[in-house]
Design a protein around this ligand. Structure first.
Ligand code: 1HE
Length: 251
């Protein structure tokens, strides 16, 4: 149900359950956790995408009926753990979206650092219609991407966002033609892979904590990581390269 492939410094993770529209059952969720917990040394960026005509139809609803309240709590916390593995792992993760990116599928996408949406992508939170609530971290991550009002609207009214709306609202940072998402993701992943590791680490692990903290603590964390990164030999080399005309300009 999950296939991985390594090419150069990139890890490709394919959700491969197209007959069930890549709905996520526990087995699939735990294999996602295993992959993101054991990223081999030398990998600089991961790309996650879906086989078939959809990224993911979200939680496998066929398993929902069997849970009592406490089991439901554990299940949601398991999703949180796995989403944190994606967000706070060792490498930045790019999600390539197409077709349905709904419910838990949107929660997976929201845990990634970059989202590239092909034009067929649509976003929804059908939990409202199903009589349940998001349980994979959407209430924390989605308002940061699109704002609380838009998430509330999606859940209260069942509103489906198009790829264009998602792009305008900040759900995806990139919008591509159909079947061009993976190509775009590889192009972006190569840029990410060429960054200093400390910069990528700071973006993945420190920026979210700065955003979640007060101004005083946030600014102090920023100063600390700024000082640590600029004192590194890697930064010194890169600065020297720029000053001596060897580094690429911004444009
Ligand atoms: C599923 C699921 C699923 C499809 N769980 N089996 N997610 C949802 O409420 C979305 C429900 N799915 C859909 O609305 C549609 O399937 C799609 C719009 C995504 C795709 O439509 P389509 O016409 O391409 O496929 P289909 O014919 O609806 O589905 C094909 C099969 O996949 C069918 O099974 P089959 O045995 O009859 O062939 C469907 O039952 C199955 N399938 N989606 C189980 N989600 C951490 S909490 C997160 C909470 C949530 O994610 S709630 C949102 C759940």
């Amino acid at each position: 149900m999950l296939q991985t492939e390594i090419k150069d410094e990139l890890l490709f993770v394919k959700i491969n359950r197209p007959k069930k529209r890549n709905a996520i059952n526990d087995e699939l969720l735990l294999s996602i956790e295993a992959v993101f917990s054991t990223i081999p040394a030398g990998i600089k960026c991961a790309i996650i995408y879906g086989e078939g005509s959809h990224f993911s139809a979200g939680l496998d609803l066929s398993a929902l009926r069997e849970r009592n309240i406490v089991e439901g709590l554990h299940h949601s916390r398991m999703w949180h753990r796995v989403m944190e593995r994606i967000q706070f792992g060792t490498v930045p993760v790019i999600a390539v979206l197409h077709g349905a990116c709904v419910g838990g599928g949107l929660e997976i996408a929201a845990s990634c650092h970059i989202r590239v949406a092909e034009k067929s992508t649509f976003y929804a939170l059908p939990e409202g219609q199903r009589g349940i609530f998001v349980g994979g971290g959407a209430s924390v991550r989605l308002p940061k991407l699109i704002g609380m009002a838009r998430m509330t609207d999606m859940m209260l009214t069942g509103r489906v966002l198009t790829a264009e709306e998602g792009f305008t609202y900040g759900l995806s940072q990139y919008l591509t033609e159909e079947r061009k998402g993976l190509e775009k993701a590889v192009e972006l992943a190569k840029k990410i892979a060429s960054n200093a590791e400390i910069t990528n680490y700071a973006l993945m692990h420190i920026l979210p904590k700065i955003v979640d903290s007060g101004q005083t603590e946030g600014l102090m964390m920023e100063s600390l990581i700024a000082a640590i990164s600029s004192a590194s030999p890697e930064a010194q080399r890169r600065l020297q390269d720029f000053l001596e005309g060897r580094a690429q300009k911004v444009i």
